[in-house]
Design a protein around this ligand. Structure first.
Ligand SMILES: Cc1ncc(COP(=O)(O)O)c(C=O)c1O
Length: 394
């Protein structure tokens, strides 16, 4: 069977990650992992999950094993709505849809707003999972440009959806200033453009003061969440456990209802047991989970930045994240980041990700992403020493 002729046209855009394919061929136990965006094993709360799960199954076992409503488990939606109301703006459970991780949130919003050939405006480099999700709808992409005072107006005028990360972006590790958030919200209003604000890493701040979300600014400008154009996606993957696959969308209820119908068609609902576990842990321990994560990642970030300062040759520069998981390297012109990522894995036993992955079109040859979430300080420092030596030798 010639499967390629049988696959849908859109499948031409579905490609394997080169680094993952390469990683399959080597002994990963010897590799220092700066590649993936995984939470550290030590912050995954297994004793807590076990006790919460026991309690749920003892007291509410039948309900826990039934289908959940497509909108999500009621008490979890109520908890999230109350959290947003307490910290930002009035929000009701009807403004919330629970999803299978925030990756599904991106997929569902893409399906609701994008026809084949529609354009998504984004700020490249950006999250590869978002590009992959929108690729499936047949979308094209345009870059907004780095100065929101002088944005690429065509990118906004001709787009059907926007995708942005205001806090500790993946892969850049950067944040928008309050002024940039306000400018973006103004632009969204001017062009009546629905946008996604991906807030995956917002709870993981190591330095500086929290800034208002683009959504909060847009809600204030438009007189309430139901008039807002911003869909904010969130997740417990980085603060509780990714395997629960519990994420959410916060947005205007009329659109949330439509997205819920699409979710019904995709998977009926998110697993109820996982949502009940997430609700129980979040409602009692969310702040302490976040504190534990920050205490783990903050010194790793600082150690990696120190190692970069001490060991990287001239001509290499990098971002200085105030939170999240990632540092973004800019390489000297003569070094290609795919070549660097391959040689780093095979010669230095350090996995990194080439910048190519994070641009919808060409681009990325000068960049690489380093993640500091998974390896303790000493290993992160050792990885930077090896990577620096490799770059010097190229
Ligand atoms: C920016 C961003 N958004 C969304 C996701 C998806 O996370 P999940 O589906 O586990 O919630 C990730 C995962 O790494 C991410 O980095």
């Amino acid at each position: 069977m010639d499967w390629n002729s049988a696959f849908a046209t859109q499948m031409n855009r579905v490609k394997a990650s080169e680094i993952r394919e390469r990683a399959k061929t080597i002994d990963l136990s010897a590799v220092i992992q700066l590649g993936g965006g995984l939470p550290d094993r030590a912050i995954l709360p297994h004793p807590l999950v076990q006790s919460v799960c026991d309690t749920i199954l003892k007291t509410d076992g039948e309900a826990a094993l039934q289908y959940a409503p497509s909108e999500g488990y009621g008490p979890l939606r109520e908890w999230l709505a109350a959290y947003v109301t307490k910290t930002e703006f009035p929000c009701s459970p009807d403004n919330i849809l629970i999803t299978n991780g925030s990756q599904q949130a991106l997929d569902l919003i893409g399906r609701v707003f994008l026809d084949v050939g529609d354009q998504v405006v984004l700020d490249a480099p950006t999250f590869i999972g978002a590009i992959r999700a929108f690729d499936l709808t047949g979308a094209d992409y345009a870059d907004i440009g780095s100065d929101f005072n002088q944005p690429n107006e065509d990118s906004l005028k001709n787009s059907s959806l926007g995708y942005f990360q205001a806090d500790f972006s993946n892969p850049g590790g950067t944040c928008y200033s309050e002024k940039e958030r306000t400018l973006l919200s103004d632009l969204v209003n001017r062009y009546s453009l629905p946008i996604i604000e991906d807030a995956c890493y917002t709870p993981l701040r190591y330095e500086g003061e929290p800034l208002p979300s683009i959504q909060a600014i847009n809600v204030a400008q438009n007189g309430g969440i139901d008039n807002s154009l911003v869909f904010r996606t969130g997740t417990f993957s980085k603060t509780i456990a990714p395997s629960l696959r519990v994420g959410w969308i916060i947005g205007p209820k009329e659109a949330i209802r439509k997205i819920t119908l699409v979710k019904q068609a995709c998977d009926l609902s998110t697993g109820k047991l996982a949502q009940m576990i997430a609700h129980s842990i979040a409602s009692q321990h969310f702040d302490s989970q976040c504190e534990k994560a920050v205490a783990t990642y903050k010194p790793r970030c600082a150690a990696m930045l120190k190692a970069l300062r001490e060991h990287m040759p001239d001509g290499v520069s990098w971002t200085k994240p105030e939170g999240g998981f990632y540092i973004w390297l800019t390489l000297p012109d003569l070094i290609d980041s795919k070549d660097l990522a391959n040689r780093s894995l095979t010669e230095a036993q350090v996995s990194i990700i080439s910048g190519h992955a994070f641009f919808p079109g060409d681009g990325g040859a000068k960049y690489a992403r380093l993640s500091f979430s998974l390896e303790p300080e000493e290993k992160g420092t050792e990885a930077i020493k090896r990577l620096s030596a490799l770059i010097r030798s190229m």
